[in-house]
Design a protein around this ligand. Structure first.
Ligand SMILES: Nc1ncnc2c1ncn2[C@@H]1O[C@H](COP(=O)(O)OP(=O)(O)OP(=O)(O)O)[C@@H](O)[C@H]1O
Ligand SMILES: [Mg+2]
Length: 243
């Protein structure tokens, strides 16, 4: 499988803290890579380093064979890297539809016409099951629908790689299954996915490969069954409950 994204010896420090420490891995074309790890392991930092909202202290990010380490988030979005935010950031005052249309205006296949952007946005809202909320203000959406909105916003940018940061957090089992189905369809459409999740059952079902972070280190990377049976992983992650 050829790699669409390569993370090469990436480190990110915050003052004295090493949030991500010399991490290397590849995301294959069309792959779903699951990323797990306890709270504070460095997962969101990793997504920010790939999407460009943070710069690495050391190391490189390579997208489709080109080094993008120094490019801003906007340029990376244009190249085809889309992300969702763990802490949802709807544009307040805008409708659900226009929140997604903004994605279509700034993404990979940037649409310059607002009517066309809204058309694309409507298709994405239907796809994630938010069609009937299109006219509501985004801040009025409840938790699960906000997660769907994050996905629709990222998808409207028509990314080649989608980085999902806990899009299932706070959802019930039925809602989790729905999101799993949506993510599978996204992959079928040719998008490669990196998905951060705490819900082990979901990530196991969904991922082709699993990567485990702990205190900024990569402690495992491989097939989900093998990784979840690894004693270092069990000790670091599964043995401990979230606070
Ligand atoms: N902007 C920042 N400034 C200082 N420290 C930060 C910053 N962002 C993250 N950190 C620290 O880096 C470490 C990794 O944080 P990160 O948010 O990447 O973890 P995470 O794996 O996403 O955790 P969670 O499962 O709780 O979302 C934590 O110790 C966190 O406090
Ligand atoms: Mg996080």
């Amino acid at each position: 499988m050829s790699a669409i994204l390569e993370v090469e010896h990436v480190t990110r420090r915050f003052a004295g803290l090493v949030a991500v420490s010399d991490i290397s891995f590849k995301l294959g074309q069309g792959e779903i890579l699951g990323v797990i790890g306890p709270n504070g392991a460095g997962k969101t930092t990793l997504v920010s380093l790939i999407s460009g909202t943070l710069r690495p202290t050391a190391g490189d990010i390579v997208f489709e064979g080109s080094r993008i380490t120094r490019l801003g988030a906007y340029r990376r979005a244009r190249l085809g890297i889309g992300r969702t935010f763990q802490i949802m950031r709807p544009f307040p005052g805008l409708s659900v539809l226009d929140n997604v249309a903004v994605g279509a205006l700034f993404g990979h296949t940037a649409e310059s016409d607002l009517a066309k952007a809204r058309e694309k946005a409507r298709a994405q809202l239907d796809f994630v099951g938010l069609g009937k909320f299109a006219a509501q203000r985004a801040e009025e959406l409840g938790g699960p629908n906000r997660k769907r909105l994050e996905l629709a916003k990222a998808l409207a940018m028509q990314p080649k790689v989608l980085l999902c940061d806990e899009v299932m957090a706070g959802l019930n089992l039925v809602e989790i299954d729905e999101v799993i189905e949506v993510l599978r369809k996204i992959r079928e459409s040719g998008i490669s996915i990196l998905v951060i999740e705490h819900v082990i059952k979901a990530i196991k079902q969904l991922s082709d490969r699993l990567l485990v972070l702990h205190h900024g280190d990569k402690i495992a990377d491989g097939p989900p069954d093998t990784v979840l049976a690894n004693s270092t992983v069990i000790e670091a992650y599964l043995g401990r409950r979230r606070p």
